[in-house]
Write a protein that binds this ligand. Structure first.
Ligand SMILES: [Zn+2]
Length: 440
């Protein structure tokens, strides 16, 4: 009898081990199945190491890239091919973060249930959220300057525009080693960081709203410059006595130096971290570059500038877009996506009340400081400029914000490298792209 019991126990143990083993395998298959199916030597998917299957379209069904049976195609229009290069990627594998690489398993038709299923070898069609025509408008509006343009629907998370310049026509013959093409393979929206300048005042402002109790009753004085421990913070103007809302509209360096010093480096760093500006983010699994806000060893003068997006601050355009989306969304954002029909999760970045105050401040700033009613006619815009000093050459021009528009809830971040003044360079470009987006 004992023997039978022992054998039964053994059999049960073996059965349990098999079940556990199967469960482990299934979990690993769910996690890594796409990678196993997509290994580079798989001849169903790759030819000479190049993805050889699948079709990419824009949100309107326009063909952006297609591969199958050894034939490779891009969009018919050269302007679209150039403007979409970084979002789409290339079959030469130069653009590491492009959809051709990032969504290879989807293009191959991989699914957990069916595995790789592509009866005719042409894989699957993946629809991107970008609008090819808007991409072309944005690229043209950069007029050969380097930069990044991001436009996103903050309700759905769909990215309508993700342009990086310089770019090139993947069907063309441009020599990318020539001057002016430095960093051409990088998608500046995702893989680069830049000094933010005054768009960072939106971060300092959020910290001020939550940590300075009498902020709205205070008066901030600007006499064109401010002495901080024997050094001089210079302002862009002579703003006199201002209420808090006017310090942002004036983008007053003297006021924001005082605010940054009052808040302290640790508090500012905590907010930059909370808003996702100092960590790598993920766009549909594509990792982005982490920004920097490091005031561990600063003196008070450097700390004052760090609260204004100077000193050694660095921001990634995509990470800043997330912050703008969260402000527009009342504190939380729908994580952006490049895949049409895919809904990202909701992430809470800041307090609802703080977000609402920032919305009002940005609307007031756009109206009073940027003349939004004539500069951006028909657009109920909330925005902040940045003009970031970079040491050599003209400053980087930034314009970041969103539209209050039920039909077009769009958030945007525009960067023109060495573009000069934020409003003239980046603001004008944003106006062109937003008008096209709303009209389209
Ligand atoms: Zn000032």
């Amino acid at each position: 009898m004992k023997k039978v019991k022992r054998r039964a126990a053994c059999a049960l143990l073996i059965a349990a081990a098999i079940i556990v083993g199967m469960a482990v395998y299934l979990v690993r298959l769910a996690d890594h199945g796409a990678d196993w199916a997509m290994f580079r030597a798989n001849p169903d998917v790759y030819q000479n190491g190049v993805l050889n299957t699948g079709t990419l379209t824009d949100r309107n069904g326009l063909l952006l890239a297609q591969a199958g049976n050894g034939v490779y195609r891009y969009a018919d229009d050269a302007a679209v091919r150039t403007a979409c290069l970084h979002a789409v990627g290339d079959y030469s594998g130069n653009i590491g973060t492009g959809a051709v690489t990032a969504f290879a398993s989807r293009l191959a038709g991989y699914s957990f249930v069916n595995g790789l299923y592509s009866p005719d070898g042409t894989g699957a069609t993946v629809e991107l959220t970008i609008d090819a025509s808007l991409q072309a408008t944005a690229y043209q509006a950069l007029w050969g300057r380097k930069g990044a343009v991001l436009v996103c629907n903050y309700e759905t998370g769909e990215i309508l525009c993700m342009v990086s310049a310089p770019s090139f026509d993947p069907n063309g013959t441009v020599d990318v080693n020539a001057a002016g093409y430095e960093g051409v393979y990088l998608n500046r929206c995702l893989s680069s960081t830049f000094p933010p300048g005054s768009i960072f005042k939106l971060v300092t402002a959020a910290a001020a709203i939550e940590n300075i109790p009498d902020l709205r009753e205070r008066t901030f004085t600007c006499q064109g410059q401010l002495e901080v421990d024997g050094e001089t913070v210079v302002c862009t103007g002579w703003h006199g006595d201002q209420l808090f809302e006017d310090t942002l509209a004036n983008s007053c360096n003297c006021a924001f130096a005082q605010i940054a010093l009052e808040l302290g480096g640790e508090t500012l760093a905590a907010y930059a971290e909370q808003f996702g500006l100092t960590s790598a983010q993920s766009l549909n699994g594509i990792p982005t570059a982490a920004g920097r806000f490091d005031v561990a060893d600063t003196d008070r003068f450097d700390l004052a500038w760090s609260g204004m997006g100077q000193y050694n601050d660095l921001v990634n355009p995509y990470a800043f877009l997330r912050y703008i989306c969260a402000i527009a969304g009342g504190g939380s954002l729908r994580e952006p996506t490049l895949l049409l029909g895919h809904r990202g999760k909701t992430t809470s970045l800041l307090d609802e009340g703080t977000a609402q105050e920032l919305q009002q401040l940005m609307n007031y700033t756009a109206f009073t400081a940027y003349g939004s009613s004539w500069r951006f006619p028909g657009l109920d815009i909330c925005a902040k400029t940045g003009t970031a000093e970079v040491g050599d050459g003209s400053p980087h021009a930034w314009f970041a914000g969103f539209l209050r528009n039920e039909d077009h809830p769009l958030a945007f971040v525009v960067l023109v490298e060495n573009g000069g003044g934020g409003l003239d360079a980046a603001g004008t470009l944003a106006g062109t792209v937003l008008q096209a987006a709303v009209a389209g």
